[in-house]
Design a protein around this ligand. Structure first.
Ligand code: HEC
Length: 161
């Protein structure tokens, strides 16, 4: 009986924690919600970059590590599938929020989906090539993989490169 009570009270604490998070979201102003969405998408792109850096290093002459190359490319493929979700919220009304995302994104979400899918496919193709252990084959697939970033940035991001 005591165990059951403990379990019930533990569940109540867990449930009120969930409610607290939900109500915190509701208490946010539209601007705070937009700022949180921008933070989230920047974090996602930073994580993509984090995984790409070692691969880019190998392309520039660092020792080829097929396992790391494949692993990181698979991670990027998986994260790429989240790009349409993190860009779903239109934040274009909030000029004070620092972002390099162009407003045209929210008139072209279908194309964002296409470009995110291209990154996912090209990252997986690179991972397949890297898994052979053959550097030349991996590098043959790297151009399309790396190019998928610029392919979206050139259209939908402030040109600050
Ligand atoms: C489908 C579109 C799309 C693809 C594909 C894409 N990006 Fe981006 N990326 C964006 C947009 C939009 C932003 C601007 C986000 C913002 O400032 O709100 C961005 C921002 C970034 C940033 C800056 C994040 C910050 O902290 O400001 C980095 C780094 C980045 N992308 C890396 C990459 C890399 C590396 C790839 C390829 C492996 C890639 N992106 C592929 C759309 C894309």
């Amino acid at each position: 009986m005591k165990k059951v009570l403990l379990l019930v009270s533990a569940l109540c604490v867990a449930a009120s924690g969930t409610l607290f998070i939900a109500s915190a979201q509701n208490d946010m102003t539209p601007e705070e919600r937009a700022a949180a969405a921008v933070d989230q998408r920047k974090a996602l792109f930073k994580t993509i970059r984090f995984n790409l850096i070692p691969i880019a290093g190998m392309a520039q002459g660092a020792p080829f590590d097929a396992e790391v190359a494949e692993r990181n490319a698979r991670r990027i493929a998986s994260i790429a599938s989240m790009i349409p979700e993190v860009l779903a919220q239109d934040t274009s009304d909030f000029d004070d929020i620092e972002t390099t995302a162009l407003d045209s994104i929210w008139d072209n979400l279908d194309d964002i989906g296409v470009k995110a899918q291209a990154l996912e496919d090209n990252a997986n193709a690179f991972a397949d090539a890297a898994s052979t252990g053959d550097f030349g084959q991996a590098m043959g697939a790297f151009r399309a993989f790396g190019g998928s970033c610029g392919n979206c940035h050139d259209t939908y991001r402030v040109d600050n490169d």
